[in-house]
Design a protein around this ligand. Structure first.
Ligand code: PMP
Ligand code: GLN
Length: 412
């Protein structure tokens, strides 16, 4: 019998997803469009992928590469990923049994958590975290346990004791991100060795998100899987979006030993089945661009980092200089604000610039509300204009901060 309309259960959103709201990136990009502001919020380059890479995609379409791809990736891409991993990380993966292609790293993270976690398992991660982590953990029926990264003289750090304490009998895996969004932290060898030791000691899996692997300015990127005893228990995730300035293509991948890969593919085949075929061909081409491309990418990004960090410091933000990624976090209290969320909602209208409040990246938003994140994956002229707009709006911003503090005082 048909159910009566009145029996429809509300709210529609499952309890697993309640409380997550709309992603902060969509919200802030909407504000950027509304105020025609310079968008240093959502992390997408305002410049294009290399010409040869775009042409490779166009060629693939013209040559009829337009039907479903093999579920775990077109062979040329799986091979190119394995070759890249060997050349840059010294790790050998079998392209057929150990490499899988997804619709972006976001899908890879989601598939990994779906495939590897039982309901109630705990996932240890660092906060601030990329916002999809916590939602993907929740969708998998697992529970997030966080260790907080705090700004200090040497950049962002954490307490090793806090990390050890976050691990319990229910912990299934550690979800790591290096270079890290949003802090720009590049985990050091000593930190990674400790994480690896904990994984071995407690028999944990590791999932390491390395989408910014080629954007390291100070120190070196070390893949967790390259440490002793880690290859067999680690899922390495990366993606083409940042490395080849094509975030809209959504091509990501994992490298993991065969048993883990079989589990990942079980999830992937029922999430998206396969990823856009022509873009996979183009990314296979891109991964073979070689050292000259990666070196130039890094040096251009280093110049953008320096430009924005120096400009923001000059304007009155307290900048925590990132070692990697294309983000910089800045403390806003020097401008008279207490809340980064408040500042980020005022900034597009008053200054014509958009940033992301770090609060969105914490379990307890208040823990991160003194910080905001600016993206520097933008052309030099946009970065310069952004700094000039901020400089020109400083008095207005201070006045807004003053008004907000007075209103909060009156309301108290
Ligand atoms: N992980 C991190 C840390 C990210 O910053 C992002 C997106 N910017 C992703 C994963 C998602 O990557 P993709 O666009 O390939 O899904
Ligand atoms: N990863 C990008 C960022 O951190 C945005 C991704 C998204 O919009 N979901 O800004």
């Amino acid at each position: 019998m048909l159910r009566a309309m009145t029996s429809l259960r509300l709210p529609y959103l499952s309890s697993r997803l309640q409380g997550f709201g709309t992603t902060i990136f969509a919200e802030m990009t909407r504000l950027a469009i509304e105020h025609q502001a310079l968008n240093l919020g959502q992390g997408f380059p305002d410049f294009d992928a290399p010409e040869a890479v775009k042409q490779a995609a166009q060629r693939a379409i013209a040559e009829g590469q337009n039907q479903y791809a093999r579920s775990f990736g077109v062979p040329q891409l799986n091979q190119a990923i394995a070759a890249h991993q060997k050349q840059y990380r010294g790790l050998e993966y079998d392209p057929n049994a150990e490499v899988t292609v997804y619709s972006g790293a976001t899908e890879a993270i989601c598939a990994a958590l779906q495939a590897l976690c039982e309901t109630g398992d705990e996932v240890v991660m660092f906060e601030p975290f990329y916002d999809s982590y916590r939602a993907s953990v929740a969708m998998a029926g697992a529970v997030s346990r966080v260790v907080t990264l705090s700004p200090g003289k040497e950049g962002f750090g954490y307490s090793a004791a806090e990390l050890e304490a976050a691990i319990s009998g229910k912990t299934r895996l550690i979800l790591l991100n290096t270079p890290h969004n949003p802090t720009g932290k590049v985990f050091s060898r000593a930190e990674l060795e400790h994480i690896a030791e904990l994984c071995r000691r407690h028999n944990l899996l590791a999932v390491t998100d390395e989408v910014y692997e080629h954007l390291v300015y100070d120190g070196e990127h070390i893949c967790l899987a390259s440490l002793p005893g880690m290859r067999e228990r680690t899922v390495v995730i990366s993606s083409a979006g940042k490395t080849f300035s094509c975030t809209g293509w959504k091509v990501g991948w994992t490298c993991a030993p065969p048993g883990l890969t079989r589990a990942l593919r079980s999830a992937h085949q029922f999430i998206t089945f396969a990823t856009a075929t022509p873009f996979q061909h183009a990314v296979a081409h891109a991964l073979q661009l070689g050292d000259a491309y990666f070196n130039q990418l890094r040096s251009e990004y280093r110049a953008r980092r320096d430009l924005l960090c120096d400009g923001l410091s000059d304007v009155g933000f307290q900048v925590i200089r990132p070692q990697g990624s294309y983000f910089v976090c800045a403390d806003i209290r020097g401008l008279g604000f207490e809340s980064g969320t408040q500042l980020c909602h005022i900034l597009p209208r008053v200054a014509g610039v958009v940033a992301i409040p770090n609060a969105a990246f914490y379990l307890e938003p208040a823990r991160g509300d003194a910080l905001v994140r600016f993206a520097f994956c933008k052309t030099q002229s946009v970065l310069e204009q952004s700094v000039e707009r901020l400089r020109g709006s400083i008095e207005k911003l201070r006045a807004e901060a003053h008004r907000a503090a007075a209103a909060a005082g009156a309301g108290a």
